[in-house]
Write a protein that binds this ligand. Structure first.
Ligand SMILES: *[C@@H]1O[C@H](CO)[C@@H](O)[C@H](O)[C@H]1NC(C)=O
Length: 658
């Protein structure tokens, strides 16, 4: 629940960043994750006037208010009202919100058209006009587009075929075939409800050679270890780390803000895992933490030891940096641009950003003392594409609904990619495309950056990789979003690392995503080879599922007292992707549901199975002769996850090792 209070005074509009009723202490991790708040208040406002407003409404705990108060540069004009003294001060602000709108109460809706919706603690002193957009006024000197998240290109995508009948109904399976399978003819959609399921019996010597070390997890079920075994798909090619010339490269976005406690060995572990799956480097996201430099030092040093090379570049987070901070950015860059593992493209150090439209990368390059290959996440405008200080643009639009920050009941499309390509290609610039597996976030009023929604991402990982391959000849660089952002559930790196907890462990602990790395291997190989179809060299089954049914009712105990917005677009489904050279047979027992068997063709196939409560068991027999089985380490529950809604997912891989 939230209120949007808009004040009208003197013809100027203003949305008051007001407070939550339950204002408590300042969050203990003020810089946990850059995705703490994907909102940028790109224009800064007069801090004293904001502070007075904040004070008037007792809003210091509001993330919006605090962020505004943190800013000191005045860039434009908007009206602020001091409710107590009726004094009027003016300052101007443009607000970019890409992912997060901070609200007083656990938001279940996100703002659109730039309005930051907040609740007012003292609404009686204010005149409310109700929700409105256009609540922020851009100054004409502002080089940035103000309306940054109105989609001009996103339309309702064709609905995915993924929504299934309820788990109690008949098994109703859809197989989305890649053209690989199309070459092999249509897939027969056989549904088998075999009562004589021989779970656990099929194992071959190849199957258990390494991959399925059995552990014990919740409920004592025998489990597949989430640790990716050595025999899972790997890429061992070698790329010279620092001399790339627009060869096709894949990076993963790494949140330095949550690894203040990392040692060199922790860095090396992450880098080796990423490298083994074909990821060429990390985009090191930094805010303005005092430990950024220490951790960058460790990262650049650790990368030197990675066999085959590992590229690094900094991705400055302009949630935290100000666009006026050219010197600060240049100083940080200078320390690393000549390190052996600094990614260079066309001889220039590569650098990126999270937002920051209007930052002067030419000026930064001058201060660094050499040209930069800057590919920031800026808006897809011709001005940005033609900006001489930029070599390309990066997009953050990795999820359906991301543009408006509004969950939609639709699949991912490449429409935003086309918008970027539409400006970068005429300008002769590069475009770096995002790839992500999921988005679910569930921060309640216990933190200042409350946010509570899920983007429909169930088959996103496959859908997006297929899109990437179809656009492959227009793309040089990919950035997987992300390696380790647990707060928004789009991490694909390990969750059991010594990172600091921003509160997201409530829904990420124990939910492993590294199987998605295995899934990506054939796609990364194909992307780099310039091929349109995934290159499957190892028979692999990857599965993923949520930890509880959608029907779980947790309002009473949940930190938001509400499920995330968009949860009703999800289905209770177990997703299985097979990657085989010659096809095979998949058996799944999802809880108490009837056993399910499906033959799969070669290539990459998706199977969607109604999700039942209980243990999730998988068997995979390939035409090549390998067979393996294993259980998910997470059992599906009909109830809440430790009292809360958890729309994150868990994944696993089983591979025949063949
Ligand atoms: C989402 O779309 C699917 C497919 O069109 C449909 O079956 C389902 O009812 C929709 N869900 C909601 C909540 O609108």
């Amino acid at each position: 629940m939230h209120l949007s209070t808009t004040l009208t005074l003197g013809g100027l509009l203003f949305v008051l960043p007001a407070t939550l009723g339950a204002a408590t202490g300042i969050d203990a991790h003020p810089r946990r994750s850059r995705h703490v708040r994907h909102g940028q208040y790109a224009r800064d406002v007069d801090s004293s006037s904001v502070a007075s407003v904040i004070g008037a409404v007792n809003a210091l705990q509001s993330g919006v208010a605090r962020e505004l108060a943190d800013r000191s540069d005045k860039v434009g004009q908007a009206l602020y009202v001091d409710g107590g003294a009726a004094a009027i001060t003016t300052s101007t602000e443009t607000v970019y919100v890409t992912q997060t709108v901070t609200q007083a109460f656990c938001p279940t809706q996100t703002a659109q058209d730039g309005a930051i919706q907040v609740s007012a603690a003292s609404p009686s002193t204010l005149t409310s006009n109700g929700p409105t957009s256009n609540t922020f006024v851009a100054s004409s000197s502002d080089p940035n587009p103000i309306d940054t998240f109105v989609s001009t290109s996103s339309t309702a995508d064709s609905a995915s075929s993924s929504d299934l009948a309820s788990s109690s109904g008949p098994i109703d399976t859809f197989v989305s075939a890649t053209s690989d399978s199309i070459q092999n003819g249509p897939i027969s959609l056989t549904s088998t409800s075999s009562p004589v399921h021989d779970a656990g019996l099929i194992t071959t010597s190849a199957s258990l050679a390494a991959p399925t070390s059995i552990g014990s997890d919740q409920g004592g079920a025998s489990t597949l270890t989430p640790t990716i075994p050595a025999s899972t798909p790997q890429i061992t090619e070698t790329i010279n780390p620092s001399t790339s010339s627009k060869t096709k490269l894949v990076f993963a976005h790494f949140m330095v803000g949550i690894v203040s406690t990392y040692q060199a060995s922790d860095w090396a572990k992450d880098m080796n895992l990423a490298k083994s799956k074909g990821i060429d480097g990390f985009a090191l996201n930094i805010g303005v933490d005092d430990y950024s430099q220490k951790q960058l030092d460790l990262a650049y040093s650790a990368a030197e030891q990675i066999s085959g090379g590992f590229d690094l570049f900094i991705s400055f987070d302009f949630n935290w940096y100000k666009i006026s901070q050219t010197a600060e950015v240049a100083t940080m860059l200078k320390r690393y641009v000549d390190k052996p593992n600094q990614l260079k493209v066309d001889g220039k150090p590569f650098v990126s950003s999270f937002i920051g439209d209007g930052f002067d990368w030419s000026a930064a390059a001058s201060q660094v003392g050499q040209e930069l290959y800057a590919v920031p996440y800026f808006q897809p405008t011709a001005d940005n594409a033609n900006n001489a200080g930029l070599s390309g643009l990066f997009s953050w639009a990795a999820w359906p609904g991301q543009l408006d920050n509004q969950p939609v009941n639709a699949s991912m499309t490449d429409s935003r990619d086309q918008t970027y390509l539409g400006v970068t290609q005429p300008a002769g610039k590069t475009y770096m495309a995002p790839v992500s597996s999921w988005f679910s976030t569930h921060f309640g009023p216990e933190v200042s950056y409350s946010k509570n929604w899920v983007f429909k991402s169930e088959t996103l990982w496959k859908d997006r990789w297929d899109e990437i391959l179809s656009m492959g000849d227009q793309l040089d660089f990919l950035e997987i979003v992300t390696w380790n952002d647990y707060g928004e559930s789009h991490y694909i790196g390990p969750v059991d690392t010594p990172h600091t907890d921003d509160g997201s462990s409530k829904w990420s602990k124990g939910l492993d995503h590294t199987a998605m790395l295995d899934f990506a291997v054939p796609y990364i190989k194909a992307f780099k080879a310039g091929q349109k179809e995934p290159i499957v060299e190892q028979d692999t089954l990857t599965y993923w599922h949520r930890p509880h049914l959608r029907s779980a009712s947790c309002d009473a105990t949940d930190i938001c007292n509400a499920p995330p917005t968009g949860h009703d677009f999800l289905s209770d489904t177990v997703f299985v992707a097979t990657m085989t050279k010659a096809g095979g047979t998949v058996k799944v027992i999802s809880g108490s549901n009837a056993p399910f068997t499906q033959q799969v063709a070669a290539g990459v196939q998706m199977i969607e199975i109604p999700m039942g409560v209980g243990k999730q068991s998988f068997e995979f027999t390939t035409s090549g002769g390998g067979s393996v089985n294993g259980d998910s380490s997470i059992e599906v529950s009909a109830d809440c996850w430790n009292g809360i809604y958890n729309f994150n997912y868990h994944s696993g891989t089983i591979t025949t090792g063949a």
